[in-house]
Design a protein around this ligand. Sequence first.
Ligand SMILES: [Zn+2]
Length: 529
Amino acid sequence: MKLLRRNAALLVAIVVFAARTAAADDIRVMTSGAFTAAYLELRPQFERGITDKIVTAATSMGVGADSIPNRIAHGEAVDVVIMADESLRQLIKDGFILGDSRVELARSGIGIAVRTGTPKPDISSVDALKRTLLQAKSIAYSASVSGRYFTTELVQRLGIADQVLPKSHQIDRERVGAVVARGEAEIGFQQISELLPEPGVAFVGPLPADVQRVTVFSAGVAARSTHAETARALIRFLAAPAAAGVVTKTGMEPFVAVVPVLSQAADYTVPFPPFHLAGNLYFVGSKGLANYLITTPQGHILINSDLAANVPMIRASVEKLGFKFSDIKILLISHAHFDHDAGSAALITATGAKYMVMDADVPVVESGGKEDFQYGTENLYPPVKVDRVLHDGDEVKLGGATLVAHLTPGHTKGCTTWTMRVDEAGKSYNVVIVGSPNVNPGYKLVNNARYPQIASDYEKMFRVLKSLPCDIFLGAHGSYFDMEDKYATSKGSAPGAFVDPTGYAAFVAERERAFRAELAKQQAGSARR
Ligand SMILES: [Zn+2]
């Protein structure tokens, strides 16, 4: 930074002479779209660490001559540009942004909002969304990516362009939410992260997964930047795991998983009511991803962090049960797959929890998924340093609670099944939280160079699962143990239908049969070759 300061000082003289308004050691940032809210919140933190001043030259795309690409094309000074990735790539093609400086910061889906106090329409399915759009008196959409998607793709796909477009209006000079808040449009269609902070509007929800459109937001350094090093440092800062908490809070998913997470499993990010299971054990997950909170007088243990987008939902669930999110002292996982650990960076940033992971999953967690034997280049997430490496049979203790880590490998090398005992109404129960017994599509059980012992590991896992005493049957996904049905039938009475030793034995037996069938199929296939 020293050298940079000297250059900057030299430039100050030149610029003052030229009577320009911007000081030469200003870092000029233009940002548009969903990442803007996170940038504005993170900026002061970065600014404290540098001697230069950051000037935010634009916070929206603008239109026509005022648009960011136009301002840059006309030579307006800028160092860092943050915008939808497709627009940034165009600026790189046109030579205005350095191609090697592009960093993907976050991804965002599209949602719908209405004026606070008005009834929320149903958008829970594609048909419901279609009806809602047809019935709305007026719709406001933005001039950026989400608006283009709405007018040129979505309404055509739904076959309602002729009815919907005439009552829809593009909002150019302010946020869509502001127009909705004044009652000038009934429905606002916009990036979720731009709707969430808007006062006077109520967020209805994300688009159904089948018609969701995820936009990637990226940052790059301007080709004519005079502060390229500081500009790159700012981008690194915005992309760092430490920024993930703020990014998540603004309704985005930090970092880029190669697989489109938002559309991958529709129920992963669908909220589910938190509830008491038994004793000090609570469910705080979503419809598709299971999280367990074990409370103690000395703080709490949480199992699984899910996707980064789930972290605010986990927090809301913990608080709804009357506990403090910041009291989570220990974070554990079922196994090192993104749907159980991609949110760990954000969760640890927010709570300061210690991360404890089974030995064979540690390299995967600490490489952000790159060391996974099957995925490695997809489903990546922010790497996180593990505080305590666990081994088969290790105990995790806090405030009188004890969890036992059972190595149940195969699905991942360090896949972990957690057991504990809970007392409820004078009775004691054995709890089993299954890591995963599943053979994923594409898994090679025969001649797997990256995981030679995979088949014998699955065998070991089934032996372990069959040996565990189980009263309360739980797992990494609610679907393992029919969470929704059991919740419905046992509402209010813990542990209710979750006491299910028969269901546990049947589940393990069925999964073992599925594994053996797949193994036989792959062995036959490799013998034929
Ligand atoms: Zn998995």
